[in-house]
Design a protein around this ligand. Structure first.
Ligand SMILES: [Zn+2]
Length: 425
């Protein structure tokens, strides 16, 4: 049922207009080293299109410059290998990585200004048989932290989510795979908490954004400061709210669940395929059923998809097969469906921005009992569906129907929308 997006290798030079303008002015080979200028132009292009990463990938013939925009990788330019090497060295040096050839992958941090905005960079350099591949993760510190209203969370779930700080205890988990926007959601929650006269501390790896009025620390396993160590230190500050960046191993799972079980309000992210799946992941990390039952309050599961460009999206009547996807989700099909096209406003990609798809689970007393009894994922999911959980597939199809998202995009996620012909709930 998985429909791949068209053309896995996307080539879009329009995503790097400043970089190409510079190449036009000073074509290769040139005698003058222009690496700084080129790096700044490339970063300014990345800022314009809200790229999350830049990759410099050497090949046998040339070096490809690539950008990750709204989750997808696009080739934006190809340059001679020596020019690619200079760019790679520029970002390595800027991030505190030895500019000479490496024998093993290395990571580093740095910052630079481009397009009038300050960028925090997290650079990874890895040796490959054809040269060093360099990946630069970009955090645009000038971009405003999103609010809960901005994320696309359905209104009913949003208002239930807003009640969490009132109770001021228990564990709130944001679930999803890598790059599903979990941290953005946590920061939106922090943004909401910032206005309260409460003490808020975070333990992150790394601190993604600095927020006024919130005490944030970064774990540093190389120096022995792991999530458990850092959380224990922060608990001495007697906070009202604690954010643990990620539950990723038994140590972080335990410390988050124990803090929440002792009456603190704790929020974190966790890898789980759906909201109820958070219980399975906690169990897999050695947390006991009674501890989960005691601590867990709310789970928000999410995925990130690209929004259709409003300037160029095209409408077409749904096919019979497309109609079945709506009936499969228990929805009536719309008269027309929107599809991507591509225009100058979206650099030909057909997309502009991203939006979350959500599923919200509030753990009620009956669910606590089921967790305590060791109920499996299926039993917990059935219970949640019978007690108000609206599945992520439903939110996805609502957003397709509203013309915000294409059906192909939702289907490409795989495993979240109901295939045609299955019963709706
Ligand atoms: Zn467009």
């Amino acid at each position: 049922m998985l429909t791949p997006l068209p053309n896995p290798r996307l080539i879009e030079p329009r995503l790097a207009p400043r970089f190409h303008a510079l190449l036009h002015l000073h074509p290769f080979p040139d005698d003058e080293p222009r690496t700084d200028e080129r790096a700044e132009a490339l970063m300014a292009d990345a800022v314009q299109w809200q790229a999350s990463d830049i990759h410099i990938e050497p090949g046998s013939q040339e070096t490809r410059l690539r950008m990750r925009v709204y989750g997808l990788i696009y080739d934006v330019a190809a340059v001679p290998n020596d020019a690619g090497l200079h760019l790679a060295s520029f970002f390595k040096t800027l991030s505190g990585i030895d500019a000479t050839a490496l024998s093993q992958p290395e990571h580093g941090y740095g910052s630079m200004e481009a397009a009038g905005t300050r960028l925090e960079l997290r650079t990874t350099a890895a040796p490959t048989p054809v040269g060093e591949m360099v990946g630069v993760r970009i955090v645009d510190t000038g971009r405003a932290v999103l609010k809960l209203d901005d994320l696309g969370i359905p209104e009913a779930d949003q208002s239930r989510l807003r009640t969490w700080p009132d109770g001021m205890q228990g564990l709130l988990l944001v679930c999803g795979p890598v790059s599903s926007g979990k941290t953005t959601t946590l920061y939106a929650l922090l943004h909401q908490l910032q206005t309260l006269p409460r003490s808020i501390v975070t333990v992150e790896d790394p601190v993604e954004r600095h927020l006024d009025g919130i005490t944030q620390i970064e774990v540093n396993p190389k120096r022995g400061l792991t999530f458990p160590e850092a959380v224990r230190a922060m608990l001495r500050l007697d906070p009202d709210f604690l954010l643990v960046g990620e539950i990723r191993d038994p140590g972080s799972a335990h410390v988050a669940v124990t803090a929440a079980g002792s009456g603190l309000a704790v929020m974190s992210t966790i890898h789980a395929r759906d909201a109820v799946g958070a219980v399975t992941t906690l169990r897999n990390n050695g947390v006991k059923n009674w501890e989960i039952s005691n601590a867990l309050e709310m789970c928000l599961s999410q995925r990130l998809v690209r929004c259709l460009c409003r300037q160029c999206r095209i409408k077409a009547a749904p096919t019979d097969e497309e109609r079945q996807w709506f009936s499969g989700a228990g929805l009536s099909p719309p008269e027309s469906l929107c599809h991507p096209k591509g225009c100058d406003a979206c650099a030909g990609t057909g997309f502009d921005g991203q939006i979350g798809l959500f599923e919200f689970w509030q753990v009620d007393d009956a669910a606590r009992k089921l967790i305590l009894q060791g109920a499996d994922h299926l039993a917990l999911h059935e219970h949640a569906l019978d007690h108000g959980l609206s599945p992520l597939s439903h939110d996805a199809m609502e957003k397709v129907r509203a013309g915000l998202v294409s059906l192909a995009e939702v289907r490409a996620l795989g495993g979240i929308a109901r295939p045609p012909g299955t019963a709706s709930r």
